[in-house]
Ligand binder design. Structure first.
Ligand code: MEV
Length: 455
């Protein structure tokens, strides 16, 4: 009998979901309550155990922060913050803060980043921080389209006020481009240099501001106005060159490893299903950096995957070639990470991440992200074509198992080692490993207490 069947008393509640207090309604003005009260009601309805309470909603200051950031906030989700480094990007060392829940990612970025950094590091290239917002118009005649193309100066004047601060920082309106879509809709793109910001607010404000003007000019009707997250004008490239001697891994020599890494990349370019995971690994680092700096992770992901599919097929974001005794790696992708604005300058955790990064400009942050993505990919491919990724993953999984079994502080590492040595990765094995470790420790303390010498 399945868990669900066992509890099929009219509801389909799964037994794994907990006890019968696990029902909770947010109807009837819940969202208008003060956050403390929302949390209290949640805790009382669900009977939240102390550990969950402590980790997700016991700090009044963090609850306040959550409350001003999202609607109907009831708590927070602490995500670990790790540091990969030191990585050399364009000749400058940087430590890279990464916020994520997945083991191995920080270790992989550090391993590859520092290996590459010992051999010249990463070099990067980018374009200006141009972002686009579109005003979509319907029922536009050919003459109306021509009017739109000629409206640039009027648009510039209309945007002078909303873009005043952006202009003062050296950014601002850079032009208008008109495209007719297959169904006749006209997409009028406003090009705006957002400097160090991701720019979502500025772009959407600008697009909504000129919407009536563009509708009048076109003689048609405005459908909507919104930025595009594609960020195809804000593209970063990072590269490295690694001599064969630094590519060797385990018993596999450097030249062979370099050949295998190049081959793995070729497989991703030939096989879409592999390319998805290949690019997912790249985004392991980039999205974690985006999250650590309170950038928009969804926008970052959407842009990267759309770029990977820009020519129709879905392709890897990286390229590798073996040449003159070295492996040459590169990555190109759009990145609209901001180092000011939005939640970036507002959230204390993001401010900490920016401090770790050395207060980068958006240009520098994008360069670091591109280098990180490439490092992450090189680490993943090296592991995949070398010893495989599971060995490293299981070592880290053992740490979680040790913790879940009750190991704390100095116990975690030796218990995890026992789990790994026994190659049994489950709750019972972890509990046994903890028990045997504690027994051994107790025996040793007994020896010390009785003054016995083991020499
Ligand atoms: C795991 O999160 C990421 C990898 O699967 C990436 C890859 O396969 O290239 C290791």
């Amino acid at each position: 009998m399945s868990h669900t069947e066992k509890y099929s008393n009219g509801s389909s509640r799964d037994a794994t979901q907990g006890n019968s207090r696990d029902s909770f309604s947010v109807r009837g003005g819940f969202r208008r309550l003060p956050i403390g009260e929302r949390r209290r009601r949640l805790s009382s309805a669900l009977g939240i155990p102390p550990e969950e309470e402590r980790v997700t909603g016991s700090d009044a200051e963090v609850l306040q922060l959550a409350d001003v950031m999202v609607e109907t906030a009831v708590g927070y989700v602490p995500v670990p913050l790790g540091i990969a480094g030191e990585i050399i990007v364009d000749g400058e060392p940087v430590n890279v803060p990464l916020a994520l829940e997945e083991p191995s990612v920080v270790a992989a970025a550090s391993y590859a980043g520092t290996t590459i950094s010992r051999h010249g590091g990463f070099t990067t290239e980018t374009s200006p921080a141009i972002m686009r917002a579109h005003v979509y118009l319907e029922d536009v005649t050919t003459e109306g389209e021509a009017e739109l193309r000629a409206a640039e100066e009027e648009v510039r004047r209309e945007l002078a006020e909303p873009l005043e601060r952006m202009n003062a920082r050296g950014g601002g309106f850079r032009g208008i481009e008109i495209e007719r879509l297959d169904d006749g809709t006209v997409a009028a793109a406003l090009l705006i240099d957002t400097c160090d910001a991701m720019g979502a607010n500025v772009l959407n404000t600008a697009a909504e501001r000129v919407k009536p003007l563009l509708a009048a000019k076109s003689g048609g009707r405005a459908v909507m106005a919104i930025l595009t997250n594609a960020a195809t004008d804000r593209v970063f490239t990072a590269r490295f060159r690694l001599p064969f001697s630094a590519c060797a891994r385990g018993s596999v020599d450097g030249a062979e490893m370099a050949r295998r890494v190049e081959k793995a990349n070729r497989i991703a370019s030939l096989h879409k299903e592999r390319a998805v995971t290949h690019n997912k690994g790249i985004m392991n680092g980039i999205t974690s950096l985006a999250l650590a700096t309170a950038n928009d992770t969804r926008a970052t992901e959407a842009a990267a995957h759309a770029y990977a599919a820009r020519n129709g097929g879905y392709r890897p974001l990286t390229t590798y070639r073996v040449e003159n005794g070295a492996l040459h790696g590169s990555i190109t992708l759009p990145l609209s990470l901001g180092s000011v604005g939005g939640a970036v300058g507002f959230h204390p955790a993001a401010r900490l991440a920016l401090r770790i990064l050395g207060h980068p400009s958006a240009r520098r942050l994008g360069a670091i992200a591109a280098a990180l993505g490439l490092a992450q990919n090189f680490a993943a491919l090296s592991a995949l074509v070398g010893e495989g990724i599971q060995k490293g993953h299981m070592r880290l999984h053992a740490i979680r198992l040790a913790y879940a079994a009750g190991a704390r502080g100095g116990e975690i590492s030796p218990v995890a080692k026992r789990i790994t040595d026994n190659e049994r990765y489950n709750k019972d094995a972890a509990a046994q490993a903890l028990e045997s470790y504690r027994n051994e420790q107790a025996t040793e303390r007994g020896f010390e207490g009785s003054g016995s010498s083991r020499h």
